[in-house]
Design a binder for this molecule. Structure first.
Ligand code: CA
Length: 609
């Protein structure tokens, strides 16, 4: 294929996709029709939508032919992809269905226009594989490309930490590189480039815990959605709960803290531009847990890196998060008498719900805002023999410490907030445990972090942590690099980037109040941030996912809509099997309107408390 035509085809695909998402996000219905196998055109009815925003490609390719008007509704050719023969309505919002005025004449004219463009899509695929392999010679600034390989669609075997596994992927160009910004750095990155149907965007994916591996599954998900994807191990290899890589390697701590993500971003953008011949139109960060903290780091340190940032359940106050974990270990495990067996957790939540579930007006097993609940654990005191429905006095004392969070015993200052009432049934993996030392995740990551990044390795005894002087010591030693708490997001605001932070109220791994604290610190510093930074607290969601609340939604769709269409999210409809629920931009809360099913988000409104 001639280079010019290839370029035109690429631009068309990119912009068709963009127009498609704009149309869908604008709340208009769309209708899809496939003409021949492997060619699929989607027409979106775009009544009332500004045509100049919908047709960014119109300037390049025959604008008059792309804009079809039929009475009240405008039909545009907006997308091509390989779905085979079909004729189906796609994503028709109920409130828009009455706008549908598709008639035979309109369809005929639209199909004719589509046929005009067939040659663009019927041309043989360009030589991506050769182009891909040439990336092995591509010069990057902070290291070298190790390999570039065209991967066919199908099953890809990746070497996971615990086991080798296969993941399903579309055809893509897989680039492996190693970055060495310092002599002690060894940062592995991967950049995955869709062989076809690239949507013009980069989606970088984050890590969990102490990182140490690349999230191939998340990268595959991004590929399937048409994104070029990037990921890094942040400069060391190992389990996300292993920290021995850091002992005696201060530069590796910097790589983990912020440098690897930033450099990965720069190199991913360069590789994208080299492979496709055009730069990514938009770059997105998508991370939760440590990945959420990485998103905040990018927002604070390198606001030019991303146009949109999804920061879920961020472990951004990393030093204090671990100190909070130590607090829990000391509160609930230092003395075996304080240990709360996992079998007791459901009874605690049941007692909390009996006290507080209906404070939000709906009995649904979920607290809309657990801060409104002041359930007193003393009510669970065993009257006679201990059983799984009651707590002993030492257990109650430990539970109160988990709720209350880490505090400086001398000043009373909160070091890291505690965990919320109503989520206890989901604490098992993270907080509770019957071993000494505890085998839960919080404890494991805490010991590995504090022992290796702050103190002198595993000979350090977690029981000796001093919640006064050791806090300042830890912050001074590594806080500048691994805490992401700067409330000044003026760089992000200035360039028009957007950040959506979300956090489950039932999170047992990173206190949800940490998200509230950071969000409010930014409001204090900058005033109202609603034009570029919003927080969504998710009732009943545990760490990044799961829990009794309805918490599933298309995160990327929300941030892409905000960045590219300028539509800031006020409310998000989340779902779980059998239920939809309304999520509201903090500090608003979903309030039941009083009529209709309490499992239907349509019967709620976002209201100030
Ligand atoms: Ca409730």
């Amino acid at each position: 294929m001639p280079a010019g035509l290839r370029h035109a085809r690429r631009w068309l695909l990119i912009n068709l996709y963009n127009a498609s998402t704009l149309a869908r996000r604008s709340g208009r219905f769309s209708v899809s029709v496939s003409l021949i196998p492997t060619i699929h055109f989607q027409f979106a009815a775009t009544q009332g939508v500004n045509s100049s925003r919908l047709l960014p490609f119109g300037d390049i390719l025959l604008p008059g032919l792309l804009h079809l008007s039929f009475g009240e509704a405008g039909f545009r050719l907006v997308r091509a992809s390989e779905y085979g023969i079909s004729f189906c309505p796609a994503r028709i919002p109920p409130e828009s269905s009455h706008h549908m005025k598709l008639n035979a004449h309109a369809l005929l004219r639209a199909v004719c226009t589509a046929i005009f463009f067939l040659p663009f899509f019927c041309l043989p695929a360009e030589g991506e594989s050769a182009t891909c392999e040439s990336l092995a010679q591509f010069k990057i600034d902070h290291g070298e490309v190790n390999s570039a390989q065209a991967v066919p669609a199908g099953q890809l075997t990746v070497n996971g930490l615990l086991s080798t596994r296969t993941i399903s992927v579309p055809a893509f160009c897989r680039v492996l590189a190693t970055l060495r910004p310092t002599a002690d750095s060894d940062i592995r990155i991967e950049v995955w480039l869709p062989a076809s149907h690239w949507n013009g965007r980069l989606e970088s994916v984050g890590n969990g815990g102490l990182a140490g591996s690349i999230a191939e599954d998340a990268m595959a998900g991004a590929l399937w959605a048409g994104y070029a994807a990037a990921g890094t191990d942040t400069g060391h290899t190992g389990s996300p709960a292993t920290g021995d890589w850091a002992l005696g390697h201060p530069e590796k701590i910097v790589d983990f803290g912020w440098r690897a993500i930033h450099l990965m971003t720069l190199e991913a953008k360069g590789l994208i531009a080299a492979y496709y011949g055009v730069p990514a139109k938009y770059a997105y960060w998508n991370g939760c847990s440590e990945g959420g903290g990485q998103g905040l780091s990018e927002a604070q340190r390198f606001p030019d890196d991303y146009d949109g940032i999804l920061a879920g359940a961020p472990g951004n106050y990393f030093v204090h998060l671990q100190i909070g974990g130590n607090w829990i270990s000391q509160a609930s495990h230092e003395d075996p008498a304080t240990m709360i067996a996992p079998a007791k957790l459901p009874a605690i939540t049941a007692a909390v719900l009996a006290d507080c579930d209906t404070l939000d007006g709906v009995k649904d097993g979920v607290l809309e805002d657990p801060r409104q609940c002041h359930f007193d654990p003393e009510t669970l005191l065993c009257k006679g023999e201990e059983n799984n429905s009651c707590l002993t006095a030492p257990q109650i004392a430990g539970l109160k410490k988990v709720y209350g969070g880490a505090k400086n015993p001398r000043t009373g200052e909160q070091i890291f907030p505690g965990y919320m009432r109503g989520g206890e049934a989901g604490w098992g993996l993270w907080i509770a445990g019957t071993q000494v030392p505890p085998g839960d995740y919080q404890h494991g990551i805490m010991v590995n972090t504090l022992a290796n990044l702050v103190f002198d390795g595993y000979k350090w005894d977690w029981r000796t942590f001093d919640f006064d002087k050791d806090v300042a010591y830890a912050d001074k030693k590594v806080g500048a690099d691994i805490n992401q708490i700067n409330p000044d997001l003026s760089g992000l605001k200035k360039r028009g980037a957007k950040m959506l932070q979300y956090h489950g109220w039932n999170d047992p791994a990173v206190s949800p109040l940490n998200s509230v604290n950071y969000f409010e610190s930014v409001q204090t510093k900058m005033g109202d941030t609603s034009s570029f930074y919003r927080l969504f607290m998710i009732p009943g969601m545990e760490h990044c996912t799961g829990g009794p609340g309805a918490s599933s939604f298309d995160h990327m769709q929300v941030i892409v809509t905000w960045v590219e269409d300028g539509m800031a999210p006020d409310r998000i409809v989340a779902s779980r099997p059998g239920r939809t629920h309304l999520l509201c931009a903090y500090p608003k809360l979903a309030r039941y309107r009083g009529k209709g099913s309490t499992d239907d988000a349509a019967n709620y409104t976002c209201a100030a408390e």
